[in-house]
Design a binder for this molecule. Structure first.
Ligand code: GAP
Length: 514
């Protein structure tokens, strides 16, 4: 069986070969951690956006959308804390000259202890069979206890160093536990330094005194500075939310793992404004709602878990991640944060403007508290692709690669295939597309054998292939092939709409959310 690393490599090349994701400016050898979406990738991405947007703005009367500019007044980022605190701790290996995030090196060290413990547990479970009691084993086995105690010790030091921004403390962990550079294999490390992740550029001509501005590192601030505009013009009453989809930019130190960590990426964020003191109840509400949104996709409930933050960001009083099991482990796809009144309070202070909300029910003004849901579009795309990518051996030994994408998100919903390129079959196929194309993205394909054409559609996750043959001309019936089980059904052309709609409509997903 292929290792997870091999599966991931195959997924990356599949994304390129089938027009999902290309390295940016590839003819110039690419640009680190920047990617372009191809003809199928952009359709999948747009469908994910629609699923998210409608789940927020269509299904919730009290959530409205906006589209704020990427450039914002530079004081925004001073007020939000990003100028002073949006840093990652970086460390270099002097021999390989490779740069790492010190916190990631330590997280990987912790994961190694978890793996060691899990291996012991798995071995024992095999040995003892049915009678195995994992809790007893974990609390009595000497090797497990030693590893667990070492892990707890590192973890406690790690959390303390992060919370105290103690860079020397982070380095000491790396040294004390003999973390080596995966490239050089040496422990020859520099000190840990803070590195601000924001990209900056200049606005205005230099002669008139250009202003240093930032490319936004999160979309959220565009919502905060507009919240009263939306509240007043939309006559919104607390609790209410504002949703936005847009690009964000971060000068990531270590940009690996394909589109998982990019320097230019897209976020889908929703800020929910609540009464002070009610934020924890809304935090729980949105945790539940967001997990349902993910699970409704049908990629496997066991692939998701919550992970509470070790260190709360400067603005949060509670924070958790929704993690998804990717080929390289459970990784963050979405963050849910209780941001208190930090951002609005700070913007009020820096701008000198009163941006308090007047609550007509309480007859008082206050700065709302905010619960935020923040999901990475590219990471969602990657999770869906990774879960959908399937290699199958068919009867007779043939192999196929099929993307078992949720049908509502598939880039192409139906491919229409004339069996031969003559006898009026192409014209009939075009006629079918002309009737379906107002509702579904369809493609026409007449090249190669029908088997090869099916494989091409499987590889991009098309839920339906419609084959037009000589019988179609006689009785207006076609063969409909289902992607996942490859079953075929003969049916009248008039039935196509309702079958395709029944399987691919986003309504099926939305109904699972409420
Ligand atoms: N407004 C809150 C915020 O930005 P975050 O946890 O830093 O929180 C939210 O980012 C989400 O954005 C993450 O869960 C992740 O999915 C996505 N994200 C963050 N950095 C990313 C990067 N460099 N590349 C791709 N996605 C990223």
């Amino acid at each position: 069986m292929a290792s997870q690393e091999e599966v991931f490599k195959k997924l990356v090349s599949h994304c390129k070969e089938y027009g999902f994701v290309f390295p940016s400016s590839e003819i110039y050898d690419g640009l680190g951690a920047v990617y372009d979406y191809g003809q199928n990738g952009v359709e999948l991405k747009n469908n994910i956006k629609k699923y998210w947007w409608d789940s927020m703005v269509l299904l919730n009367e009290n959530v409205a959308g906006i589209d704020a500019a990427i450039f914002m007044h530079p004081t925004t980022w001073k007020a939000s804390g990003h100028v002073d605190a949006f840093n990652d701790p970086l460390i270099d290996n002097k021999d390989s000259k490779k740069r790492y995030r010190a916190d990631v090196l330590i997280e990987e060290l912790l994961a190694k202890y978890d793996e060691k413990i899990q291996k012991e547990v798995d071995k024992a479970a095999k040995r003892f069979g049915e009678s195995f009691d994992e809790a007893v084993f974990r609390s009595t086995n000497q090797r497990v206890l030693e590893n667990q105690s070492r892990r707890d010790e590192i973890h406690a030091r790690f959390v303390k160093a992060l919370n105290e921004s103690d860079l020397a403390g982070l380095k000491a962990i790396i040294e004390d536990y003999e973390v080596v550079c995966p490239i050089s294999g040496t422990k020859n490390w520099t000190d840990v330094r803070q590195f601000n992740l924001m990209f900056s550029t200049e606005m205005g001509s230099t002669s008139e005194g250009a202003m240093k501005i930032y490319l936004r590192p999160e979309t959220a601030q565009g919502i905060f500075v507009n919240y009263l505009n939306v509240q007043k013009t939309g006559r919104m009453k607390i609790p209410f939310g504002i949703a936005q989809i847009g690009k964000a930019f971060r000068n990531e130190i270590v940009a690996r793992q394909f589109i998982f960590r990019m320097r230019e990426f897209e976020q889908m964020e929703m800020q929910f404004f609540v009464r002070p003191g009610e934020e924890m109840q809304w935090f729980e509400f949105w945790k539940d709602r967001r997990l349902k949104w993910h699970k409704a996709l049908g990629l496997g409930d066991h692939k998701y878990r919550f992970h509470d933050h070790e260190k709360l960001a400067h603005y949060a009083n509670a924070a958790t991640d929704i993690e998804f099991e990717l080929p390289f482990g459970f990784k963050e796809v979405e963050g849910i944060h209780s941001r208190t009144d930090f951002d609005l309070g700070s913007h009020e202070k820096y701008s000198g403007k009163n941006i308090k909300y007047f609550d007509p029910e309480l007859n008082q003004s206050y700065t709302p508290y905010v619960v935020e849901t923040s999901i990475g579009l590219d990471r969602t795309f990657l999770s869906i692709m990774a879960a959908a990518y399937t290699e199958e051996t068919l009867e007779g030994g043939d192999r196929r690669v099929v993307l078992k994408l949720p049908p509502a998100l598939a880039p192409v919903k139906a491919a229409v295939l004339p069996l031969v390129k003559k006898d009026g079959l192409p014209e009939k196929a075009r006629e079918i597309i002309d009737n379906l194309k107002f509702d579904f993205k369809c493609v026409y394909d007449e090249k190669d054998s029908i088997g090869k054409r099916y494989r091409r559609q499987d590889a991009i996750g098309t839920p339906f292939c419609i084959t037009v043959d000589h019988q179609t001309i006689e009785d207006n019936t076609v063969t409909l092939r289902f992607r996942d089980n490859m079953q075929q059904e003969r049916l009248p052309i008039d039935n196509l709409y309702s079958i395709i709609d029944g399987h691919t409509s986003m309504k099926q997903l939305f109904k699972k959310l409420l």
